[in-house]
Every structure is written in C-alpha cells, then in structure tokens.
Design a protein around this ligand. Structure first.
Ligand code: GLU
Length: 308
C-alpha cells in the first residue's frame, strides 16, 4: 500500500481543480451562494503525526452537515448507544435527499443521524438546560475534536441559515408532534442552525477525521476524546450515510468513510492511518463537493486505500 507523500497531495489537488467548474455553490442558503467556487484545499493528518496540506486548506468555510458528526459524538457520550438508537434515531441509509420529510410520516424515527431530521433529533438528545448551554457544550467539544480553540460562528451564515430554514423547521415540528423531540423546538433548531454555521478549515475537519481514524484518541495529546466504540459507529454511519444519497456511489468509487456538508467540505477517515479534509464549494446535484469527490477519488487510487 503506497504511503502518502506531499507529491500525492499536490497531484490530488491538481486533479480536483478541473472539477470546480462541474458544480456550483449551494443556492438555497443565500450566504453559501456567494462563496467563490474556485477555492480548493486539502489537508491530510496521519495517526503517526505527519501533516500534509495543499491549496486553500486554511480558508474558512461553514461546516454544515459535517457538524452532524460532532453532534452525534456528543449525544452518544451524553446518552449512550442504547438510548439514542433505540428511541431517537435509526442506523439505516435512506436514498432520499438530506432534507427529505417523506419518511417521517410513516416511520416516525428518522432513518439515520446524518439526514437533517435525524441530526435535529440528535441535537434534541444532547444534554443542557437550555439551547445556549447545549450549544456551549457542543462548541467546546467541536473545538477539541478539530484541535482548534478558535473555531466560532460565522454570524452572516447563521442569519442566512435561520432566515431560510423553513424546511428544517417543518422537520423539527413534525418530530415534536410525534414526540421524537421533547424539548423546546425553537431552541433545538437554533442549536442546529448554529452548529451548521461554524467556520472551519480543511485542516480542522482533517483533525476531526483523524480522531475518528485513531479510534477516538487525539494523537497529538494522547487524550481519548470519544469512546472507541462510538468512533466505530460513526465511521460505519459515514460509510453508509455520510454522502447523502450519493453514499453508495461514493463507497464504490472511493471506498472509505466520509461526511460531506453543503458548505463544500468533506471529512474522510481511514482507520489507523489518517484523517483527510477537503474543501471545494462547488457542489454536484446531490449536494457533495464536486472537486472534493474528485480529490478523494484520486487519493483512493494513488494510495490504494479502498476498503473493498
Ligand atoms: N444547514 C444545512 C441544512 O440544514 C445543512 C445541510 C447539509 O450540509 O447537508 O440544510
């Protein structure tokens, strides 16, 4: 299995560059529609402490759905596997778009924690006396998992997200009506909007993926940031549900667990080896970074790291 080198990282970025024109930034959130689609950055961090970067790996972008990974990790820590997966959210892929409401009517429990309905249910399970306290706890954990204590809200994205979030409101109120969400819906929604609007870089999400790859331990500090069993659950869900309704194709073409966000980020995790973070805001029809997928495909072939 060829090892990662700076040359491979730069070649992957050069290969991905042609794909920035093959999509466009998310249009349904006004803030995102303004982002420069030519940006492209890549960061790779290995479990034995090496770091490789190329391109716009320090340019901040909104984390969007990749935050669902952190929310899930915190809810698992707060409530445990049994509580979360027996009553709140399932473990199955849907094949539906990320914000779909259709199955909630018949199945009540959202299919998995990475569709919007599932992530909102997961936020509902995070401990805290108020939305503000939940968000404080989530942000603190987010910073530790990303290895950066400066991560914060992008206020403009948050406002934009909140103003256009009616579909998410519909999902949340539906969950409330069926008692899958028990707290204050407006506060849980606000936590959801805020967590999607956090500003991160490709380096930050590579670090998050690295902790997952390293079975929950931050290799830099040696600290166990999440239980090994929880890291395994999250990696499995990333593989089956992490790329929206493109997860199956991604597993075939790329072949390792990854989570994307409509901000253009993709965090991918290779157990015992490395975390990969990519940022390219032009999205394909399913809401995944077009250039980001191309970069991941290149890396997968160059290092022969497909699981299958
Ligand atoms: N904030 C976005 C939404 O709720 C996140 C979606 C995503 O990245 O998939 O629509």
């Amino acid at each position: 299995m060829p090892d990662i080198t700076q040359t491979i990282v730069e070649e992957a970025l050069a290969y991905g560059r042609a794909f920035t024109e093959k999509g466009k930034p998310a249009q349904y959130i006004p803030y995102l529609s303004q982002v420069n689609r030519d940006l492209l950055g890549l960061s790779i961090q290995t479990t034995d402490g090496r770091r490789f970067s190329a391109g716009d790996c320090r340019v901040p972008f909104t984390v969007q759905s990749i935050a669902k990974v952190v929310a899930l990790a915190l809810a698992l820590r707060d409530r445990g596997e049994r509580y979360l997966f027996s009553g709140r959210v399932g473990l199955e892929p849907t094949g539906d778009p990320f914000n779909s409401i259709i199955r909630l009517e018949t199945d009540k429990k959202p299919y998995n924690p990475f569709i919007n309905a599932g992530a909102i249910a997961v936020v509902g399970a995070i401990k805290g006396r108020s939305g503000a306290e939940k968000f404080r706890r989530l942000l603190a954990y987010f910073r530790r998992l990303c290895g950066s204590d400066t991560i914060d809200l992008c206020q403009e994205a948050y406002v934009s997200e909140r103003e256009t979030g009616d579909k998410n409101r519909a999902l949340a109120y539906h969950l409330k009506a069926t008692r899958m969400l028990e707290g204050d819906v407006t506060e849980d929604l606000d936590v959801y909007f805020r967590m999607c609007s956090l500003f991160v870089t490709a380096e930050d999400i590579a670090h998050l993926a690295l902790v997952l790859a390293n079975r929950g331990v931050d290799p830099a500090s040696g600290e166990q940031l999440m239980e090994e069993a929880h890291a395994r659950i999250i990696r499995a869900l990333m593989l089956t549900c992490g790329m929206y309704d493109g997860s199956g194709e991604f597993a075939v073409k790329v072949g390792y667990p990854a989570k994307s966000g409509v901000g253009g980020g993709i965090a991918a995790t290779l157990v015992d080896r490395m975390g990969i973070g990519v940022f390219g805001p032009a999205l394909d029809a399913r809401g995944n970074s077009a250039a980001g997928i191309a970069v991941m495909e290149y890396l997968s072939k160059a290092m022969d790291i497909r699981l299958f």
